[in-house]
Write a protein that binds this ligand. Structure first.
Ligand SMILES: *Cc1c(COP(=O)(O)O)cnc(C)c1O
Length: 426
């Protein structure tokens, strides 16, 4: 199990992030606001590190945090200090990882649709390997590496055609998905790649999806990958690295049972034992997901006969996952109240019907002005926010023990206006 979010807890009736009440945080920084627990992020990272080091031994693996889950510089620096590398899917994320001091030799560049500029930036920085997701990418990398007179380390992201058994919009390892290269096509691609100058084909990678709650699809994909390693070596490839991707889920509803990390590590050892490859892992959600909440205030209660609407000051522009993936984020009051539970639809203020966080949810009575949190919002929350409806995205605060600090400048509507340019000829 990934660590339960023990750093958000009630002290008497007050919900706290570590040693700080969220009431105090809201008073100081306002709402809506993302609040992260540094200790929870560390615990989550260390849970991986402990499970892997015990099972595989130190030096056998690198944990490359998937920056896209939450790429705030403070989060990246915190993880860098824990020893994390980075998995990046754009040149922008690479710049963020480098700015946080993450060494290029711990940065993996994944992602479909890399441009020549992206590849040039990656080769200039000297990332440890580029995961190619299309055959044509190989020629592009070879041409740029030749021009730069550097040797590009290349891994092939394999589409193993395994159903991750997760939400369709976060499934990435089936034949019909845009990600990776069909497993059957990989041996021929390696043969071709090995003839290219300035390219070293040294790895294979998979990432079959996100929010997986069973080990079975991982095992199936990894077994296919291990078999592929043997096949590729038989044809003369020197494979040194296997990238296992991310995808381990977290308990959003509380009744999911995400894979135990020790069992995951044992399974990985069983599948790859004896192959003598360096393993890379790319967890994102399971590192930061339960380490963040979206703190918000109830702005209106609209009572109906069957149910009531609780309208809060956070919207889909702040947290898109429910609208995008039908994702569930539970709601907790910042101050526990008593009284018979009522049925609410919890919605944001954005002018879209999909701006709904919870529907027909039984909650303790809510009143205008109450503070609430949407839980487990640390991953794919702030990074996906937008300024839709001219709503500046929620700010971000990091708590560590009794300490707390803003980790992103709050934007104002004036900032949004100032970004626009009105040509003189209008
Ligand atoms: C998104 C992504 C990850 C992280 O996935 P999580 O489900 O957040 O662990 C890892 N690797 C790649 C290539 C990704 O695109």
């Amino acid at each position: 199990m990934t660590a339960a979010p023990r750093h958000f807890h009630y002290v008497k009736n007050d919900l706290c992030a570590e040693d700080v009440t969220l009431q105090a945080v809201a008073e100081k920084y306002g709402t809506p606001l993302y609040v992260y627990s540094a200790a929870q992020i560390r615990d989550n990272y260390r849970a991986y590190d402990v499970a892997l080091s015990r099972t595989l031994g130190r030096g056998a693996y690198t944990i490359c945090y998937a920056c896209k889950a939450n790429s705030n510089q403070a989060v990246l620096e915190l993880l860098r200090k824990e020893g994390a590398g980075a998995d990046i899917v754009s040149a922008g994320e690479m710049q963020r990882a480098l700015a946080a001091g993450i060494a290029p030799d711990k940065i993996i560049f994944s992602g479909v649709g890399k441009t020549a500029e992206d590849i040039d930036a990656a080769l200039t920085a000297g990332v440890v390997h580029i995961n190619i997701e299309a055959e044509a990418e190989l020629d592009l990398i070879a041409a740029i590496a030749k021009k730069r007179r550097v040797t590009a380390q290349v891994a092939v992201r394999v589409n193993p055609n395994v159903d991750a058994g997760t939400h369709a919009k976060i499934t990435t390892g089936k034949k019909e998905n845009k990600f990776g290269i069909d497993i059957e096509a990989v041996p021929a691609l390696f043969k071709r790649g090995r003839k290219l100058a300035y390219v070293e084909m040294n790895g294979v990678a998979v990432h079959i999806g996100s929010q997986l709650t069973s080990l079975t699809p991982f095992k199936r994909a990894y077994q296919r990958l291990a078999k592929l390693v043997v096949t590729l070596r038989q044809q003369g490839a020197t494979l040194t690295r296997v990238d296992l991707g991310g995808g381990i889920g977290i308990a959003y509803r509380g009744d999911e049972t995400p894979p135990d990390l020790h069992l995951y590590a044992l399974m990985v050892r069983d599948v790859f034992a004896g192959l003598g490859v360096h393993l890379c892992l790319e967890p994102g959600r399971s590192i930061v997901g339960n380490a963040g909440v979206l703190l918000s205030r109830v702005v209106q209660i609209k009572k109906g006969t069957a149910k009531s609407f609780a309208i809060i000051d956070a919207g889909m522009n702040d947290l898109l996952r429910p609208a995008l993936y039908d994702a569930y984020h539970g709601l907790s009051p910042v101050r526990k109240s008593s009284g018979r539970r009522l049925t609410y639809d919890v919605v944001g203020p954005v002018c879209e019907s999909s701006d709904i966080f919870l529907s027909a949810e039984k909650l303790s009575p809510l009143s205008v002005g109450d503070l609430v949190v949407l839980r487990d919002a640390g991953a794919y929350g702030a990074v996906m926010s937008s300024a839709y409806n001219a709503r500046p995205p929620a700010g971000e605060v990091l708590v560590a023990g009794k300490k707390h600090a803003r980790i992103r400048h709050p934007q104002t509507v004036q900032d949004l206006i100032d970004q626009d340019i009105v040509p003189a000829w209008i």
